[in-house]
Design a protein around this ligand. Sequence first.
Ligand code: NAI
Length: 727
Amino acid sequence: MAEYVRGAPEVAVIRMCNPPLNAISDVTLRALKEKVKHANIDPTAKAVVICGANGKFSAGADIKGFSVGIQKDTVSMESVVALIEKSEKPFVAAIEDIAFGGGLELALGCHYRIANMKAQVGFPEVTIGLLPGAGGTQRLPRLIGVPAALDMIVTGKYVPATEALKLGILDEIVEENPIEAAIKLARRISGQPLGPRRLSLKQTPQLPNMKAFLSEALLKVKKQAPGCLSPEMCFRAVEASVYLPFAEGIRKEKELFRLLFTSGQAKALQYAFLAQRISEKWILPNGASWKTASPQPIRKAAVIGLGTMGQGIVVALVKAKIPVVALEKDKKHLEIARKAIKACLERETLRMQQKGKTLDIHKAKLLHFTLDFGALKDVDLVIEAVFEDMVLKKEIFCKLSEVCKPEAFLGTNTSCLDIDEIASITNRPQQVIGTHFFSPAHVMKLIEIIHGQHTSPTAIATIMKLAKIMGKCGVLVENCFGFVGNQLLNSYNEQTYFLLEEGSTPEEMDKILEEFGFKLGPFKVSDLAGLDVGWKSRIGQGLTGANLPLGTPPCQRDGKRYSPLPDVLCEQGRYGQKTGKGWYLYDKPGGKTAKSDPWFHNFLQNYRNVHNITTRTITQEEILERCLYSLINEGFRILSEEIASCPEAIDTIYINGYGWPRHKGGPMFYASEIGLPQILRKLQKYAEANPDIPKLQPSPFLQKLVTLGSPPLKNWPSLVRAQQNKL
Ligand code: NAI
């Protein structure tokens, strides 16, 4: 787990070995401590280099070890870092490729740091609900000052070697092997005084306006992820480095670390991190999987339909440096899209430059706008994003069959239509796949990847790989109406309309759900996305509009409760932000600031009177539970029908596509933390009170899990399979 070798006469090399990324497990840490102690007493070693095996320094603490909790008998990382720093012999960190988290803390304990050009350093702890707990929050501000240290520790961003050199985190960067360079440096500096190199002895550099700077920074931190503790605790720890001596700062860091560790949020965030990795490992019922299928390269792609979604998808592809043919139906729409895409790419280029990355769209000739389907003949992938209309989509896929080369993959961005029906019109159903992006598509991380009956494992592997290349997370789901995310969303939205009818308001419900942790409440989301999107879909399903059978009761469909409220708003032209009014009022069409609308409240009261709805005071508890538990209930149904392969997939979808607060781990994780018996009890209570709302009837799978004593979430998929095998 750590080797002690001779690098040169009088230079010892300690090499951490825990492949593939030298994560610092308890065993590695013990071995490291032992080697450091040995180096300190080895009379033949005058200087020491610390490096990692296999061309990597270290990815930091081993996340798997966190589940064990804080234990008394484990070696503390902080004590090892302190041991290195206190040593009378110079220690040089030779950073190859990565020094993250605990890896960077170790390097900061060393007296000098050298890295290779492509190395990156960072403290990602905040993203898993923690803070750097081995002195990192005290040493880094002493080394690079408070603004830069806060920026790194509070956001968890990775800093490339060139920037780390400018900041002063690194002493040198080299083209060649940094271990060789570190050995040379170790020989050169051996015998020089180490006092000035010990970060714990330094003062944190002061700013003339430190107090004002910190209060402004705190406001920003609080906005970063409302309700999430770790950014603020990271801030508090760095703040301690300004006002407290080192030893007291370390005590504060420990205290804040413990608070985070036991908060429950760290567990949820670590779960969310691992859930994404689990979701990437797809497997089909026939045994084909991520292990066996080979992704094909996408050298050139096309996007058809350059509206809201198409524009974002084009930008996302270009950002991934994939050449794109962008196609519209007529000149007018093509020109509108060209302007919008250009403006968006300029903003993105600027943003990427600020992060030290480059994107030169003109030089790379990444974009070609056209009205001509002939331009698609050599693309490897087409993503269709025209209106949500089966007839139109089939027309497009029929043309694609004719013009695209036989090996090209054909993706559709439909949000709920049947992939098999679309595929059936083509000459290659095995290459047709759902690629469901989320708006804005160049920002949102999720792609729901839908496989039809005939979709090949190669097509799935190709789109999963493409998602990665685009910096997104792909989650494979089964083909069904609305797939996974929108089915859960429908359940949640339905409750919000019913609760509105029963006496609540958009303002009240948005506030309650935003306090729970959603960035935007359901009515603000609806205004942002456009009420017309769901309305068109409901017209298509015959739930409203001209195809609704005469004599259908206004608040019932097939004997179930139905709220016509959003339909009526759409009939009045209230589509949300785009028309300047929806659930809220905006200062103009396209306006962003939601204001309470007296017209709407008056309308709502009349609506209740017309439909004979008696209002009552609804508690915050009922609002939260009916919205969240009905969504969770739908999750159990989806799991039992194997539309999603595991709860981790549902949670990854909901966190990355629907704004579920990451620090609450996703709806299925949240349910397991609340306790399944409690969720079941509450659903039973609300179902009894509302027998005409089937989505409140507890899912049989949830009931089964409770009968089985609420097994842990990771066992749920095997219980689904056991149930299927019995049938
Ligand atoms: P949109 O109405 O903004 O854009 C559709 C575009 O397709 C228009 O620019 C239109 O000119 C173009 N178009 C229509 N017929 C065409 C043809 N024959 N050839 C080429 N272009 C044609 O629609 P939006 O919102 O971008 O939706 C597109 C698809 O994405 C739909 O299937 C929708 O359900 C889905 N979707 C929408 C989301 C949203 O938030 N808006 C989210 C996820 C999926």
